[in-house]
Design a protein around this ligand. Structure first.
Ligand code: TXA
Ligand code: MG
Length: 318
């Protein structure tokens, strides 16, 4: 059961979030499906609750610019944009900060982070009370309309989340603009609550329009996703010389690997998703000849794990 809570229950919601549970909350754009962005398992739960067939990177929410700056690397241009439009319906894609505590799963393995400070009193109070950044995609199941009332959220996600904070209907009603500030040219990856004209006026620069990872991506864009440098072999049932194994229980791992890392000993696909990107990085070292992955069942989050692994294993141009 999912309960609809009035805004007075912010402390309770914050406690749930700190324990790794999911809480939907209002923002000025749409309701977000929130989880502790620094908790791999909470982020995996978000993907599970949405029923996403693949890991799209999620937007991380912070209570203020100072907190956001501990998570992502802001240059002078990014600070200027944030000071003008935050709190508000604009997400900035920036390099992850050094020792960024946000789950690699929230970034879908990318070296970058999408981050915003929402302009809604309930969202801001929740972020402050929780004391952790919140990953929050729109609180709908994958492929469906974004919710703008607590009732919409219940219709979408009842039984899949712990609670919904009711903050009335969302003023903006469409998602935030996603602006990529990683390169020399600012790029709008998703149009939204802040117009391109408003961005151009501040930046004194033409803002290009690109595609977000919601849209089909060109192979070139796919390259920006993390793929290990070592060759990746899927559906592995036996060892080859020098390989590391990413293992999935509940059965035993095949023997003969130079190193075995469990995605989940019990075969829990949520746990496996939570561990996926960190495990890939951990074994991607020069002394490892290749990375083998045991078969992952094609159900639940296994679909998204397999999607990600197949793309990481695909032949690369370089
Ligand atoms: O208005 C909003 O932004 C809502 C509310 C709840 O804040 N949130 C939202 O989050 O729409 P989400 O996770 O559904 O949107 C993610 C968008 C996708 O288009 C995704 O491709 C893009 O942000 N995105 C996230 N991280 C990215 C990254 N590192 N690089 C490029 N695009 C990124
Ligand atoms: Mg969405």
């Amino acid at each position: 059961m999912t309960e609809v809570w009035s805004a007075e229950r912010i402390e309770d919601a914050a406690r749930l979030l700190r324990s790794g549970a999911l809480v939907a909350f209002p923002t000025e754009t749409v309701y977000g499906l929130g989880g502790d962005a620094t908790n791999d398992l909470a982020v995996a739960r978000i993907f599970e609750a949405k029923g996403r067939p693949r890991f799209n990177p999620l937007i991380t929410h912070a209570p203020d610019l100072a907190t956001a700056r501990t998570l992502a690397a802001f240059d002078a241009r990014a600070v200027r944009v944030a000071e003008r439009f935050w709190p508000g319906p604009l997400s900035l894609v920036l390099p992850r900060a050094l020792r960024c505590p946000v789950s690699l799963l929230a970034s879908a393995g990318l070296e970058t982070l999408a981050i915003r400070v929402p302009a809604h009193p309930v969202a801001l109070a929740l972020l402050r009370a929780a004391g952790c950044p919140l990953a929050a995609p729109s609180a709908n199941r994958s492929g469906r309309l974004s919710p703008t009332t607590a009732g919409d959220v219940i219709a979408e996600l009842s039984g899949r989340i712990a609670a919904v904070l009711d903050g009335g209907s969302c003023a903006v009603g469409i998602e935030s603009t996603v602006l990529d500030l990683c390169g020399a040219e600012p790029i709008v990856l998703r149009p939204g609550g802040v117009s391109r004209e408003a961005l151009e006026e501040l930046l004194q620069h033409v803002v290009e329009t690109g595609t977000s990872s919601d849209a089909p991506r060109s192979p070139g864009l796919l390259d920006s996703h993390y793929a290990p440098e070592r060759p990746l072999r899927l559906e592995a049932r036996d060892a080859r010389p020098g390989e590391a194994l990413l293992a999935l229980g509940p059965g035993p791992a095949p023997v003969g690997f130079r190193e075995v890392r469990w995605l989940s000993r019990s075969g829990d696909l949520m746990e496996a998703a939570a561990n996926l990107f960190a495990s890939l990085r951990a074994v991607d070292r020069p002394e490892v000849a290749g990375i083998a992955v045991m078969p992952i069942p094609e159900r639940g989050l296994g679909v998204a794990i397999n999607d990600r692994l197949r793309r990481a294993a695909a032949p690369r141009p370089h």
